[in-house]
Design a protein around this ligand. Structure first.
Ligand SMILES: *Cc1c(COP(=O)(O)O)cnc(C)c1O
Length: 314
């Protein structure tokens, strides 16, 4: 297997992110709950996309890109962090966003406006059309450009969360369960592959906050990332579990998600967001109440960020 450190990578964040116990939540749920603070990755307002961008933007730089395109919903944390990272590396970010979500200059759109980011909206949900629009704009501007897919979730971006699993292993604690949100798939796929490689005995649970076919997306990204790493592993459906916590739809707050946001805020003084981490933590709470965790189990929750979106709730 290739060494993760052998891949081109730019330094954007502050790692390792802390892991600590949530004492009050642990007492309430009757198991040992820990949090991996990827809301503190150190760029923008933190969040999981920083780890992916360290690999993706190294590739963009190596290919000599002057412009970096990406896409997502109007309040995409990924798009905001891509803009912040590209600026820092001297590349020009252009965000081609869908009108899905809050389009007023609030939340992540406010942060993009502060950074002076070139934000354009397209009235489609079809990614093929959005990537074609990137090619059109890129050709007009006549500079070399690099396209990052929605959420940074291709095999290269997924390596960011394989690296996170390695980081967790090096932090020295053993976890029986690892729980994260799944929105475009790279985070979950990276953690599930990384757990197979570096965290034997840790079960990985993806909390689906969108309605994409994650039962196919997750193993596909795991296989593609494993191939890049030349890791000799066989990916099976037993490598992870998935749970639907989407509710009425992506980016539509749910009752269980909002209750989880309040629980974390009231008991631990940590803020989750209603789109990803709140729904994901709601899934962890539901699993605990269903008896999925034993009293002595160590359960690690990935806090993947999302602060920007917290200020764009209608
Ligand atoms: C993008 C995002 C996720 C989901 O990660 P994916 O790799 O897209 O599945 C989770 N939490 C937050 C805050 C995010 O912005």
């Amino acid at each position: 297997m290739r060494d993760l450190n052998a891949f081109p990578r730019v330094s954007l964040g502050v790692f390792p992110t802390p892991v600590h116990k949530l004492e009050n939540i642990s007492r309430a749920l009757g198991t040992n709950v820990y949090v991996k603070r990827d809301d503190l990755t150190g760029l923008g307002l933190g969040g999981n996309k920083v780890r992916k961008l360290e690999f993706l933007l190294a590739d963009a730089k190596q290919k000599g890109a002057g412009i970096v395109f990406t896409t997502g919903g109007a309040q995409s944390n990924h798009a905001m962090l891509t803009a912040a990272a590209a600026n820092r590396l001297g590349m020009t970010p252009i965000l081609i966003l869908k009108k899905r979500g809050v389009t007023a200059v609030r939340g992540n759109l406010l942060l993009e406006s502060i950074m002076g980011t070139d934000v354009r909206f397209v009235d489609t949900d079809d990614y093929a059309q959005i990537y074609a629009e990137m090619d059109r704009v890129g050709a007009v501007l006549g500079k070399s450009y690099y396209k990052i897919p929605c959420g940074g979730s291709n095999a290269l971006g997924t390596l960011g969360y394989v690296a996170c699993a390695q980081e967790i292993a090096l932090q020295g604690m053993r976890f029986d369960h690892l729980v994260c949100a799944e929105g475009s798939g790279g985070t979950m796929a990276g953690l599930a592959l990384g757990a197979k490689l570096f965290l034997p005995g840790t079960k990985v649970h993806g909390m689906m906050v969108d309605t994409e076919p994650f039962e196919r997306i997750t193993p596909r990204l795991m296989r593609e990332a494993a191939a890049m790493l030349e890791a000799e592993v066989t990916i099976t459906d037993d490598d992870f579990t998935l749970r639907d916590v989407c509710g009425d739809g992506y980016a539509i707050p749910s009752e269980a998600g909002n209750a989880a946001v309040r629980m974390m805020a009231e008991r631990e003084g940590l803020f989750l967001d209603p789109v990803y981490t709140g729904k994901a933590f709601g899934g962890l709470v539901a699993m605990a109440r269903e008896g999925a965790f034993k009293k002595d189990d160590n359960v690690l929750f990935l806090h993947s960020g999302g602060a920007g979106g917290l200020f764009a709730i209608e």
